[in-house]
Design a protein around this ligand. Structure first.
Ligand SMILES: Cc1cc2nc3c(=O)[nH]c(=O)nc-3n(C[C@H](O)[C@H](O)[C@H](O)COP(=O)(O)OP(=O)(O)OC[C@H]3O[C@@H](n4cnc5c(N)ncnc54)[C@H](O)[C@@H]3O)c2cc1C
Length: 310
């Protein structure tokens, strides 16, 4: 990776300058050796497709956390990809957050997606601040900025964050978080493009300067009805009724859902969402991959977003 392309914003510009619509992919930390091998297969497959960046989520378990930091560093060192490390405040003291950022800096990982994180085990459960930690992502953004030359992104919620009393309050806190020193944001996965557009317009109306920062939509190509329903529950995302009906019809009435039919519909849905988001001027598309490359690459192909020759 050249010095000129060390930040997410630089990479978005560089891909656009080549006449391509930028995309990024999200990986999950592997839990064991087998998971790590699968992750690396996905990393190498996506590497050929030249994403603007790849991000690595950050989990709760101690050994997974160590593995996450190591694998993110290895992506920085051994691939052409630009890794973005997710950093969460939950269950961490300020000194642990400082140490983590030190480990990332040592591995030349300078792009961070700063989050508050959810309570481990029950994402919708009570959020308890670490006695020596921070409460909101905006405070972590400030800390990371103080620590040095990091490029910071934050999370956005097209349907509003589930702990916010209403959308207006959520937009206000979101703009504050950007103002604290974030360069861009990535949204939670959503299934109704209107929600994304509403958030984009609300931030631009509330604070034009913050509203001008890239708001990157998060898309998950659906490959299983059962798992998407579970994921939507955990993240409080809604699946519009018409979409749910389309997926249910594909799944069929049998004891097991018809995975091939659900997958085909899921890829079609993600393609349609991508088309509309591109037409509306989204700065990039961010794909939640669950460490599988195939479904996302089919959507990218449908959208004509793969580099020539891939
Ligand atoms: C793209 C993306 C990636 C993610 N990756 C991970 C991950 O890797 N690991 C993980 O554990 N979780 C991850 N999450 C989930 C995220 O951590 C949770 O959704 C969490 O509940 C919210 O995090 P946040 O950073 O938006 O929190 P915050 O911005 O701190 O907001 C949390 C709540 O507090 C409110 N709030 C903010 N500031 C104030 C204030 N000053 N006063 C009162 N209320 C306030 C907000 O409106 C919101 O309701 C991700 C989410 C997204 C969208």
């Amino acid at each position: 990776m050249s010095e000129q392309s060390r930040t997410v914003l630089d990479r978005l510009d560089a891909v656009r300058a080549e006449g391509r619509m930028p995309f990024s992919v999200e990986f999950m930390p592997p839990r064991d050796e087998e998971g790590e091998a699968r992750l690396w297969r996905a990393v190498r497959t996506f590497e050929r497709m030249d994403p603007a960046f790849v991000s690595m989520t950050y989990g709760a378990g101690g050994s997974t956390r160590d593995r996450t930091v190591r694998v993110t560093g290895e992506i920085a060192e051994t691939t052409t990809l630009l890794p973005v490390a997710h950093l969460t405040a939950v269950n961490h003291s300020i000194s642990e957050l400082r140490a983590l950022m030190g480990s990332y800096a040592d591995q030349d990982v300078r792009n961070v997606l700063v989050l508050r994180g959810d309570p481990p085990g029950d994402p919708l459960g009570k959020w308890v601040r670490h006695p020596a930690g921070l409460k909101y992502a905006s405070e972590v953004v400030e800390l990371v900025r103080e620590l040095g030359d990091f490029h910071v992104g934050v999370a956005a919620f097209p349907e509003g964050h589930h702990r916010s009393p209403d959308l207006d309050t959520d937009v206000r806190y979101f703009a504050n978080k950007l103002r604290a020193g974030a360069d861009y944001s990535i949204t939670q996965m959503f299934f109704d493009v209107d929600d994304y557009l509403r958030l984009r317009d609300a931030v631009a109306a509330a604070d034009p300067e913050q509203g001008a920062k890239p708001l990157i939509p998060g898309i998950m190509p659906i490959t299983s009805l059962k798992s998407v329903v579970r994921m939507a529950e955990l993240s409080n995302a809604k699946i519009p009724e018409a979409m749910r009906a389309e997926l249910r019809a594909a799944a069929g009435d049998g004891p097991e859902e018809n995975r091939a039919a659900v997958r085909a519909v899921g890829i079609d849905i993600a393609t349609r969402m991508g088309e509309r988001l591109i037409a509306e001027g989204a700065p990039a598309l961010h794909f939640c991959t669950l460490n599988f490359a195939k479904a996302t690459s089919e959507v990218l192909e449908n959208l004509g977003m793969l580099p020539v020759g891939v």
